[in-house]
Design a protein around this ligand. Structure first.
Ligand code: GNR
Ligand code: NI
Length: 176
């Protein structure tokens, strides 16, 4: 297992649409282990493969992070039902130090494969539903900043430019 570097906005790899996993093999299980270890180390309650530079449809969630004990892995997830509305103040490991209110569905049904490649279906509400939608967005190259107001976008871009400069990353701002 390994702790991987989490890419920060505006890294272009966060904008790629991730491709489906063809087979849940040892390589995918290793990726799941790395995602979990990185998530607990940061800590965060979820982490998607594109955030560590792997354009694959895989993410992990553990609402009990960093203590652990509720690790869930999702491979090729599909949200097949979404109902209601909930506003949650979301964070994202790719936007360190930033948290913004986002409106999501408050109840989702997701179908995915687990770490053994076995299909499962899960009904989630509240924070788990929010996290599933947040991580699913990452698989489509969609980010927190796409779901906030124009004014907040500008503020986030500025804060991220500052953060990246302070951390020796020479990231280019996105247009807009
Ligand atoms: O750690 C995280 N916390 C969080 C809080 C509210 C809504 C979503 C999240 S996900 C985030 C980790 C992350 O960036 N996952 O992609
Ligand atoms: Ni995120």
């Amino acid at each position: 297992m390994a702790i991987r570097q989490v890419l920060t906005y505006p890294d272009k790899r966060l904008r790629v649409r991730a491709r489906p996993v063809e087979k849940v093999d040892d390589r995918i299980r290793r990726l799941i282990d790395d995602l979990a270890e990185t998530m607990y180390a940061e800590p965060g309650i979820g982490l998607a493969a594109p955030q560590v530079g792997e354009a694959l449809r895989v993410f992990v969630i553990d609402l009990a992070s960093p203590k652990g004990g509720e690790l869930r892995a999702f491979v090729n997830p599909r949200i097949v039902r979404a109902e209601g509305e909930i506003v949650w103040k979301e964070g994202c490991l790719s936007f360190p130090g930033i948290s913004e209110e986002v409106t999501r569905a408050d109840r989702v049904r997701v179908e995915a494969l687990d770490r053994d490649g076995k299909p499962f279906s899960l009904e989630a509400t509240e924070l788990l539903a929010v996290a599933i939608q947040h991580e699913s967005d990452h698989l489509d190259g969609k980010l927190l900043i796409d779901r906030v107001s124009f004014l907040k976008k500008r503020m986030i871009r500025r804060q991220m430019a500052k953060w990246n400069a302070e951390h020796g990353l020479d990231a280019e701002a996105e247009a807009g």
